[in-house]
Design a protein around this ligand. Structure first.
Ligand code: ADP
Length: 233
């Protein structure tokens, strides 16, 4: 059963201060339901990464309201923000941001250990998920010995291993060949459809748009267009 919304932004503005302030988001309203797969596209510099960072509580908005899992987070204390993120969100970034002192399986297991799961159990779950992503022969590899595509799949496994309710993915297919990219997107699509995970994914690859329930087009920090699936190319 779908209830809503898991992620909600109301009149959100984000201005990066500095010698020449940047208006990265302006009056953004966006509501993403449980189990919905939203793709965010737009030209470079249009605010896509900022939108994800604000939606996931990595950046605070300059104005407006942000709700994650029904909780208002825009001015929540840091500890509360961290707790909400840990319990609800899995992040996937364009550069995989893995620890090179740890093996692939340890990088993924760490996400569980940080949540109090015993190491043995964490490693078991990590291995199972990496195998599902086609990496069973890379479990002990350090990230620097993996290809870009393999690193990105490890990063995806790390985001998914703690069963997040929300996945925020910033260009997760940017470094992948098109077939691997499509596999990653299919996996996210399945999570949304079968486990009601809410997915907000930034991509400039509009060939992936047919996988999404909704396509959001950002231009100059504002939502220019929203296209629901039936009408998506
Ligand atoms: P996109 O993901 O669509 O390329 P971003 O959200 O990364 O866009 O950036 C939106 C605008 O905000 C750009 O003009 C960018 O230069 C600026 N920006 C992003 N992050 C910062 C930051 N930490 N400090 C200052 N300006 C930033």
């Amino acid at each position: 059963m779908k209830t809503g919304p898991m992620v909600a932004l109301e009149m959100v503005c984000k201005i990066y201060r500095g010698p020449s302030p940047v208006r990265a988001l302006w009056d953004v309203c966006l509501s993403v339901a449980e189990g919905e797969f939203c793709l965010v596209e737009g030209p470079s510099g249009s605010g896509k990464s900022t939108l994800l960072a604000v939606a996931g509580g990595l950046e605070r908005p300059t104005a407006g309201t942000v709700r994650l899992g029904g909780r208002e987070i825009q001015s929540a204390p840091r500890a509360e923000l961290l707790a909400v993120r840990r319990s609800l969100v899995g992040f996937v970034f364009q550069d995989a941001k893995l620890f090179d002192v740890l093996s692939a399986e340890e990088n993924v297991a760490l996400a569980l250990e940080l949540r109090g799961v015993p190491r043995r159990k964490a490693l078991e779950k990590s291995r199972a998920l990496l195998a599902e992503l086609g990496l069973s022969d890379r479990l002990r590899y350090r990230p620097s010995r993996l290809s870009g595509g393999e690193r990105q799949r490890v990063s995806l496994a790390r985001a998914l291993v703690a069963d997040p309710r929300v996945v925020l993915a910033d260009e997760p297919t940017a470094n992948l060949d098109s077939e691997t990219g499509r596999q990653v997107v299919r996996l996210l699509q399945r999570l949304a459809a079968e486990r009601a995970v809410t997915v907000l994914m930034v991509s400039h690859d509009l060939r992936l748009a047919d996988c999404a329930d909704r396509l959001i087009t950002l231009v100059d920090g504002s939502v220019e267009r929203t296209t629901v699936r039936e009408a998506v190319a």
